[in-house]
Design a protein around this ligand. Structure first.
Ligand code: BEZ
Length: 260
């Protein structure tokens, strides 16, 4: 049986709810389009897959939906519970639900789940006939500069390859294929370049929050040196003359349905 402890692609990422709230603010600030695509309705039962600290889960609940959030990070779930939300710790690769949701929603979480065929199979099982799967994740080319800098520095310092850029950023064709193989009908799917200014936190905030497992594999003082090398590699491409950083984000946004 698959368990959180034994599952091969288990998350290598650890989260700090405080870091996420500060450095990952763009994740929820820029979620308007995907929430609009979900269009949660009063009384609908909705699963928020990878709900994190629950900011968007709360918005779905505010629309009158009966929403359940699931995530693998106990620390982020604690922040979601503090908002009064119903959430469960669960691996998105092993969803246990059967035909009970009108919609499954996911924002900025699916790229952490490296066996997408298992995730999509669980989503399809969880949906009622006619139910929809609406999501946004990093798509092909997402954070290409950031990932390349981490790979380059990590390789020179014998870093653990699993911890270096441990993400899944599919193309439109690849994710469409996966959704269709999982029994879903794709209504819309597109890659959307979305350069994201990091005006307040800079690139170090991004790296500290989203590359935490990568940097934590090095002890001090090496960790600080590694951070300095990654930042130096990125400065020419992601920082402007005023020192304002922009993350090279590309979203994959889609809506699919389980046929009735
Ligand atoms: C993203 O939202 O694109 C992202 C977040 C964390 C790690 C990698 C990408």
């Amino acid at each position: 049986m698959t368990t959180l402890e034994s599952f091969p692609p288990k998350s290598v990422q650890r989260w700090s709810a405080d870091d996420y709230a500060t450095n990952g603010r763009f994740v929820t600030d820029l979620a308007g389009p995907i929430l609009a695509m979900l269009a949660p309705a009063k009384g609908e039962r909705i699963l928020d897959l990878g709900c994190g600290h629950g900011v968007l889960t709360a918005e779905i609940a505010a629309a009158g939906a009966d929403v359940l959030g699931v995530d693998l990070s106990e620390e982020l779930l604690a922040a979601a519970r503090a908002r009064g939300l119903t959430v469960l710790r669960m691996d998105g690769h092993a969803l246990p639900f059967r035909g009970e949701f009108d919609a499954v929603f996911s924002n900025a979480a699916l790229h952490w789940m490296r066996r997408p065929e298992l995730v999509i199979a669980g989503v399809a099982r969880a949906l009622k006939p006619g139910g929809r799967f609406v999501g946004e994740m990093g798509g092909h080319g997402n954070v290409a500069a950031i990932a390349t800098a981490m790979r380059a520095v990590g390789a020179l310092r014998d870093g653990d390859p699993v911890k270096i850029a441990p993400w899944f950023f599919p193309s439109v064709a690849e994710y469409r294929r996966l959704l269709e193989a999982g029994g879903l009908t794709v209504n819309t799917i597109a890659l959307i370049p979305r350069p994201t200014p990091l005006a307040t936190t800079g690139i170090e905030g991004w790296l500290t929050t989203f590359g935490r497992s990568f940097f934590e594999q090095f002890a001090e003082p090496e960790r600080t040196e590694v951070m300095g090398e990654v930042v130096a590699l990125l400065r020419p491409s992601l920082s402007n003359a005023d020192g304002v950083w922009t993350a090279d984000h590309i979203r994959l946004r889609f809506a699919a349905v389980l046929p009735s």
